[in-house]
Design a protein around this ligand. Structure first.
Ligand SMILES: Nc1ncnc2c1ncn2[C@@H]1O[C@H](COP(=O)(O)OP(=O)(O)O)[C@@H](O)[C@H]1O
Ligand SMILES: [Mg+2]
Length: 341
């Protein structure tokens, strides 16, 4: 019997709850330090205890996963804690396209795919010398905003970069990607692409709650300077959002273009959940500053469904459950090979 497996972090609870509800066995690759947390949840059938998530590459862990006929659901922790080559070398079948995760981790490749998708993308800045207006420096991978910073000049950039180097967060300039700051209000658009049905489903929208940046509004500007430190974008949680209905047409169009581009650039394309992340400006134009090519933690909001999933599915549907449903249907129709890599 097939098991659904994932790493114990990020959206593991939602993924395994959804899998259990769809009738799968569930399996968690769990760091020993988090065992007591995950034992609290009865829908997790088995734990594989590891010292670090990289143990998933070891023979012992691979064998245990194989014995349970596991399919791994990739999420942000997999991407932030492993290199693309390591992810590609995982022996267990992965739900979705494992090759697209490299395009997510590498900011340059990511930019190429967003431009190919004809998304409105902030200009990237090739060298700190070319910083003109307000810009953001970001690390590669899904670092979750930690150590990202805003800057307006080369000199200021160097000061902040050196601080990150001495904090041990980066090694050099190559670990940072510079992008123009996109003005507006943030929105993270969550989608699911059913490769079995050939259908794009819009799942929900969230906003990130990021420390320190989202707390700055509580400190008067004069005192922000007194207590100066580099405000980070470290994600702490997510809150829900619904969009003006008139924005939905473009939401679907952007999702469709992204799927087209992914199919062309990295076969077999975008399978399952993904997210376009950006801001709406005062003309309601969306600028996409990045994407995630797998489930995002913002879907944890909608375990019992979102305003959009209620319209689409007519039953409470989480992203975790939607993934499990896709696997179940693919198995029934003998099409599993189309949705795993
Ligand atoms: N170009 C940009 N303009 C404005 N804000 C940005 C931009 N890029 C990133 N951010 C902010 O930084 C956060 C983290 O950046 P993101 O590219 O999403 O990296 P991660 O892969 O770590 O999620 C975003 O959630 C957003 O608040
Ligand atoms: Mg992001």
């Amino acid at each position: 019997m097939t098991s659904i497996a994932t790493l114990g972090s990020h959206c593991a609870l939602q993924v395994l709850k959804g899998a259990k509800d769809e009738g799968f066995k569930t399996l968690l690759v769990c760091e020993k330090k988090r065992e007591s947390l995950y034992r609290r949840f009865p829908f997790i059938d088995d734990l594989i205890l590891v010292n670090s998530f990289n143990d998933i590459l070891d023979q012992r862990c691979s064998t245990q996963l194989a014995e349970k006929d596991a399919i791994v659901i990739p999420h942000g922790t997999l991407i932030s804690q492993m290199t693309s080559s390591e992810i590609e070398s995982i022996k267990t079948p992965i739900f979705g396209n494992r090759w697209i995760l490299r395009w997510e981790s590498d900011r340059k490749m990511k930019e190429e795919m967003m431009i190919d998708s004809k998304l409105n993308v902030p200009r990237s800045i090739p060298s700190p010398k070319e910083i003109k207006g307000l810009s953001i420096a970001k690390r590669h991978g899904a670092a979750g905003g930690k150590g990202y910073f805003l800057t307006t000049s080369e000199k200021d950039y160097e000061k902040k970069r050196d601080q990150l180097i001495s904090d041990g967060l980066i090694k050099n300039d190559n670990d940072l990607y510079l992008q123009e700051y996109a003005y507006g209000v943030s929105a993270y658009l969550q989608y699911f692409h059913s490769a079995i049905k050939g259908q794009l489903e819009f799942f929900g929208v969230d906003r990130r709650y990021e420390s320190d940046i989202d707390g700055l509004g509580r400190i008067p500007a004069s005192q922000q300077l007194d207590t100066y430190r580099i405000p980070s974008f470290n994600v702490v949680g997510n809150s829900p959002l619904v969009l003006r209905e008139s924005l939905l047409e473009e939401v679907y169009a952007m999702g469709e273009r992204f799927i087209e581009s992914a199919k062309k650039l990295v076969p077999p394309g975008m399978i399952g959940p993904f997210c376009l992340e950006g801001v709406y400006d005062d003309n309601s134009t969306f600028t996409t500053f990045e994407f995630s090519a797998r489930i995002v933690a913002g879907t944890n909001l909608y375990i019992d469904g979102s305003p959009y999933s209620s319209l689409t599915y007519g039953e409470p549907m989480s992203m975790g459950k939607r993934i499990a449903r896709e696997i179940k249907e693919a198995k029934k129709e003998n099409k599993l090979q189309r949705i795993i890599t």
